[in-house]
Design a protein around this ligand. Structure first.
Ligand code: UDP
Ligand code: MG
Length: 324
């Protein structure tokens, strides 16, 4: 493939489908994907993110009946960033279509992403025009983009979602960076300016529940804010210096008798000292996270239908305990 060329008509496509306890959805979404995209040289790569509801059995059956289907299964639930990262790492076609297992993004909408990629992009992100999620999630996303893009000046494709078409080479490069704070959406613009967004339709979840909670989303957002911008740590450091200076003034005023409420002055001093220490600790942790310190591997694999790197496997042989 020519680097810099657009999406060629005969390009193969790996459809990466992260699944965490999606037993009711997997067969429906498989049928929809092959009906809508069967014309392409397809590989369907399911990433079972440590499901315990029988999702893996359904995926195994699909893989037995359709040679286009492959899977990777994690030893436990590692979260969606880990799930799609593994999918990207093991994708074998030149382009990746990332689609959720719950059919919230209609597979037919992929044609819009493909049409856009043909004009020469390395990554095309779907943007939900009529998002069918609870109001709290919609507001949360609006706040996330406001803080990330406007306040912290992080380059994020506006409104971009996980429904995306990405050149496999680019996706693998990003995974190989092994960032301490991985955030795919924000990493693409750091590597290429050949990305765009396309409006796509969105559906409400028909079966099962959302697997990503607000607490996970907010901590993932904080990782982005800290890992991809220095503004937050600058504000914390400034507050640190100011509160320290204020504490000194209060201390001096108390010492020189300018403030007659010495008890109040002392209390204020202690308060500000505590504030100073906590801010210093905050700055330290921001720097540590921001510098991308090593942390545990993103995921471990227990089973796969395609060859995988042994380093990604937790145990070299499956346990036979309890079987005859
Ligand atoms: N998912 C995953 N691991 C997780 C959480 C979610 O692989 O820890 C998958 C999930 O099965 C689905 C996709 O990621 O295919 C998006 O998750 P979900 O639909 O719950 O997210 P939402 O649409 O609510 O943002
Ligand atoms: Mg969903």
């Amino acid at each position: 493939m020519t680097v810099g060329g657009g999406y060629p008509d005969d390009s193969g496509l790996t459809v990466v489908i992260p699944c965490y306890n999606e037993v009711e959805n997997i067969e429906h979404s498989y049928a929809e994907i092959v009906a809508e995209l069967g014309e392409f040289d397809l590989e369907l790569l399911y990433v079972d993110d440590g499901s315990n509801d029988g999702s893996l059995d359904v995926i195994r059956r699909l893989a037995e009946s359709d040679p286009r289907v492959h899977f990777i299964s994690f030893t436990r639930n590692f979260g969606f960033e880990a799930a799609f990262s593994a999918g990207y790492r093991y994708a074998r076609k030149p382009w990746i279509l990332h689609i959720d297992a719950d059919q919230q993004f209609p597979a037919a909408e992929a044609h819009k992403l493909i049409a856009a990629a043909k004009s020469g992009y390395d990554a095309v992100f779907g943007v939900r025009t009529n998002r069918q999620d609870p109001v709290l999630r919609r507001w949360g996303t609006a706040a996330f983009h406001f803080i990330g893009r406007r306040l912290l000046r992080i380059e994020l494709p506006q409104g971009a979602t996980a429904f995306r078409l990405v050149r496999t080479e680019l996706a693998k490069r990003i995974v190989d960076l092994r960032l301490g704070t991985p955030y795919f959406l924000a990493t693409v613009p750091r590597l290429t300016n050949r990305y765009t967004t396309v409006p796509v339709a969105h559906r409400a979840r028909a079966r099962g529940e959302s697997k990503v909670g607000m607490s996970f989303l907010s901590s993932h957002a904080v990782e982005l804010f800290v890992g991809f911008s220095r503004r937050l740590s600058t504000v914390a450091a400034t507050a640190c210096v100011l509160s320290g200076a204020l504490a000194l003034v209060v201390a001096l005023a108390t010492a020189t008798g300018m403030a007659n409420t010495s008890a109040l002055g002392a209390a204020l001093f202690v308060l500000l000292a505590v504030c100073l220490v906590s801010l210093a600790l905050t700055v330290r942790s921001l720097v540590v996270v921001g510098a991308g310190q090593p942390r545990p591997r993103l995921y471990y694999i227990r089973e796969a239908s395609l060859p995988i790197d042994e380093a990604d496997r937790l145990l070299s042989t499956p346990s036979n305990l309890g079987t005859t």
